[in-house]
Design a protein around this ligand. Structure first.
Ligand code: FEO
Ligand code: CA
Ligand code: CA
Ligand code: CA
Length: 590
């Protein structure tokens, strides 16, 4: 086996786990526990989880489905924390039995709408280093759903492109959907990206931009247009409704009465997430990926500087940071060395600069709403599905997880280039970017490939120059850093590409161990490892286990995570055998 990994979170790497294993696997000496599961009650008046029962009012008061982005914000005393988590989408095939009539169907659709969105949940523990538990009825507990009002901010707010019959002002949007990755800001708010919003709408494919965003006039994937007219954008009243999704949202988890916001200044695309860097001069930038084959990498540069401290003035300033600024898209150039140790160059191409559009024939409002169309005109580099993009808090270097792109190099599609070095790229890669002079607002950068994923023995794989044994890895998705500056990479799709359960990996970035990738955990059958949070000083790792058993049906469940209720148990009081997406903590055994 692999030798032990040293550092603040020492562990013996686990062996890769076969794809079909329905278990949560942790290193020897560690244990795991679900902190909170889909359907767990958040408020004093929350009903208990009842398997298979569609009950939208109950779901609005319970933890939502398919947790993805996650952070655990620990308070100074170390005994209280805020769990912040989004709920990207739903798997109704395993959540509910088939419906028998229209009334049941309406209840299920409303339940699914209430299972989307976001959750804030207070945690407690008696001592540092112990396991957390959540507090039902805590004052900051909150659910945000597909019904919650959001304020639209930035230059495109109020524009003709976002007005609808229900919101002629174009400033208030109901709900957030498709929230994938995210980031926590230095001013204490949570960002989350509205990603696959197109799947929720029926829309005119000939209307401006719609085809480029994957919107079409077939029934939507979720069918909500049957109960909510706003999801049928083929109607004149709601033709702009899809233009009100596809943004970065910002939530202040400290204030459960605050209105969450959608920031048009950060552009509209299939936002995977956003991560903020504040450099030494106080310049605030956010890095963002558009997760689609051959879509782009973006950077937002705030027009305001960050203010430190907790004064009301600082808070007011910082809450405006993402409402106004410059928007750029990346073009990579350079050459690829045979060993993948590239030295590449890149440039950030402005779409909006100093409040002015830099795109011929498009106003600022149009650039911010039809961002993909705007970007297409400046010839950025089409990427292999950029997912999480995250700056290393210790160095400022930026890491881009390109999850995969099997269409690369196909007839009529872009071929491999230095930054996307393989045709038919099924396993993905991770790029490392260094801004010129390490200034966050630099318009030029250097880059190299950190990892070209796959089975280590496969030709063309590369692990940061490390040539010792490494773990296999495919489809990198979410990124996180520990306090020592090591990168942690979670995966989404290893079962389909390398036949292994999705995983959480650790890789040092500096020194002799750079590129030495090791595996820390594996998630259950058909699940994705989302939202890793590494509290290495505290001996714990958190992940959001998303879509366990997603290929099953109500009668043929394929994961029993996290409760693993014994076979033969029937759906009933807390004894449902099906899976429940959950936030898991992994701690050292005491
Ligand atoms: Fe929801 Fe791009 O993963
Ligand atoms: Ca993702
Ligand atoms: Ca991340
Ligand atoms: Ca993914």
């Amino acid at each position: 086996g692999e030798r032990a990994v040293k550092g603040r979170l020492p562990f013996t790497p686990i062996a890769p786990v076969d794809a079909a294993v329905d278990a949560f696997t942790v290193p020897a000496g560690y244990e795991w526990q679900a902190i909170i599961r889909w359907g767990d009650p958040l408020f004093h008046n929350s009903p208990a989880f009842v398997p298979g029962k569609a009950d939208p009012e109950a779901q609005e008061l319970q933890f939502g489905y398919n947790n993805d982005y996650l952070d655990i914000l620990v308070e100074k005393n170390g005994r209280r924390a805020l769990l912040c988590c989004n709920h990207e989408y739903t798997n109704r095939n395993i959540m509910f039995p088939p419906t028998a009539n229209a009334a049941q169907e309406e209840q299920v659709l409303k339940h699914l709408m209430a299972a989307h969105g976001f959750a804030v949940v207070e945690l407690e523990r008696k001592r540092k280093g112990e396991q957390w538990s959540y507090i039902k009825g805590a004052p900051r507990n909150r659910r945000i759903t597909a019904y919650t009002p959001f304020e639209l901010t930035g230059a495109a707010a109020g524009s003709e492109y976002v007005q609808t019959a229900a919101d002629p002002e174009g400033t208030t949007v109901l709900g957030t959907i498709g929230n994938c990755a995210g980031g926590t800001t230095p001013w204490g708010t949570i960002l989350s990206g509205e990603e696959n919003f197109n799947g929720y709408f029926k829309a005119d494919p000939t209307a401006r931009g719609n085809a480029r965003y994957g919107l079409n006039d077939r029934p939507s994937n979720y069918g909500w247009e049957a109960i909510e007219p706003r999801f049928d954008a083929t109607s004149e009243a709601y033709r702009n409704e899809p233009n009100r999704f596809g943004y970065i949202i910002e939530i202040d988890p400290s204030d459960p009465t605050s209105t969450p916001r959608k920031h048009t200044a950060m552009g509209r695309f299939k936002h995977e997430g956003a991560n903020v860097r504040v450099d030494e001069s106080g310049t605030v930038v956010a890095y963002m990926g558009d997760d689609e084959r051959f879509d782009y990498l973006y950077k937002f540069v705030s027009s305001r500087k960050f203010m430190t401290g907790s004064s009301a003035r600082a808070k007011r300033n910082n809450m405006l940071l993402l409402t106004d600024g410059d928007l750029y898209v990346a073009r990579f150039s350079g050459r690829q060395n045979p060993d993948n140790d590239n030295l590449g160059k890149g440039v950030w191409l402005p779409l909006v600069l100093n409040g002015q559009s830099r795109v011929d024939g498009m106003s600022v409002e149009e650039v911010l709403v039809y961002t993909r169309l705007a970007a297409d005109t400046v010839r950025p580099t089409p990427m292999d599905r950029p997912e999480d993009v995250e700056p290393n808090p210790r160095t400022g270097k930026v890491y881009v997880a390109c999850t995969n792109n099997t269409d690369r190099g196909k007839a009529g599609k872009p071929a491999a280039d230095p930054a996307n070095p393989r045709n038919a790229n099924k396993n993905g890669h991770v790029i490392e970017i260094t801004e010129r002079r390490n200034r966050a607002d630099s318009t030029v950068f250097d880059w190299n490939l950190l990892i070209v994923c796959g089975m280590p023995e496969d030709a063309g794989t590369y692990f940061g120059g490390w040539d010792g044994p490494v773990a296999p890895i495919s489809s990198p998705d979410n990124l996180a850093f520990d306090s020592e500056g090591n990168l942690w990479i979670s995966t989404d799709g290893q079962p389909g590409t390398i036949g292994l359960a999705d995983a959480l990996h650790r890789v040092p970035l500096e020194g002799a161990e750079r590129g030495h990738l090791t595996q820390f955990l594996a998630v259950p059958n058909q699940a994705e490892t989302s939202g890793p949070v590494i509290h290495d000083k505290d001996g714990s790792v958190f992940v959001a286990v998303q879509h366990p058993g997603e290929d099953g049906t109500w009668d043929d469940q394929q994961s029993f995570f996290p409760d693993y209720v014994a076979a033969g148990a029937r759906p009933g009081k807390g004894e449902w055998r099906g899976p429940r997406p959950s936030v898991v903590q992994v701690t050292r055994k005491r």
